[in-house]
Design a protein around this ligand. Structure first.
Ligand code: ADP
Ligand code: NI
Length: 203
């Protein structure tokens, strides 16, 4: 019997419970977008669509920013996979993806499997473009940080340079690279407009 659609349904329910009230930009709507893009990219790249969809659904349950520790977060996910009797090999693959896909200052090694590359790309696309900009300011506000300060390192605008503008060149799949281009260009145009409004002496 094929349990895949039942696992997806259960994962949806579980993640909605876990992340439903999140206001840091990792809410259910983020998961839903990442999941849809992961499926779309997986189809284009001939990856295992089910593994990509399940990993996309579960990818932020273990996020360190939302858990006391990464290990504790990962234990929650492995507990869920066990409790729902997901096949061992699929469960291990999903765990590998979600435990290694984080940006981590660009320091993590490349994803090992095609499915990992797909889910990482889908998550990174949601950090770019109009939505990426909105999430960055939401996250920054959630942290109590400033929008912009010329001399401060931990502002929302600083995050564009620390991470967002680097992501385009870190995309794994050719389809996601294509999608990242226009999102990247939109962020660059946004920053130019931002500085023009910030300082009357900038033209
Ligand atoms: P990943 O899942 O790759 O580790 P994060 O969870 O760190 O990515 O980031 C997801 C999104 O949260 C970012 O794209 C950004 O919008 C926002 N975010 C994360 N860190 C910061 C930060 N220091 N300042 C502003 N926004 C941030
Ligand atoms: Ni995410």
């Amino acid at each position: 019997m094929d349990f895949t659609s039942e696992w997806i349904r259960q994962a949806e329910k579980y993640v909605q419970q876990e992340l439903g009230a999140d206001a840091s930009g990792h809410d259910w709507q983020h998961i839903e977008r990442v999941r849809k893009w992961a499926v779309k990219i997986a189809e284009r790249e001939n990856a295992d669509v089910f593994v990509c969809e399940l990993a996309a659904l579960l990818h932020d349950v273990a996020d360190v920013k939302l858990n006391p520790s990464k290990e504790g977060g990962l234990r929650k996910v492995s507990g869920w996979l066990e409790a729902n009797r997901v096949d061992i090999a699929i469960g291990q693959h999903v765990m590998e993806i979600i435990s290694t896909m984080s940006y981590n200052g660009g320091q993590n090694p490349p994803m090992r499997t095609l499915e990992g590359k797909v889910v990482q790309d889908a998550d990174r696309l949601d950090a770019l473009g109009a939505i990426g900009i909105a999430r960055t300011f939401a996250y920054s506000g959630w942290k109590g940080r400033l929008i912009h300060h010329p001399d401060q390192a931990e502002t929302a605008i600083a995050h564009f340079y620390d991470k967002l503008l680097r992501l385009k060149d870190l995309m794994n799949t050719s389809y996601a690279k294509e999608l990242a281009e226009s999102r990247h260009a939109f962020m660059e145009a946004y920053l130019e407009q931002f500085y023009r409004e910030w300082d009357p002496n900038v033209s």
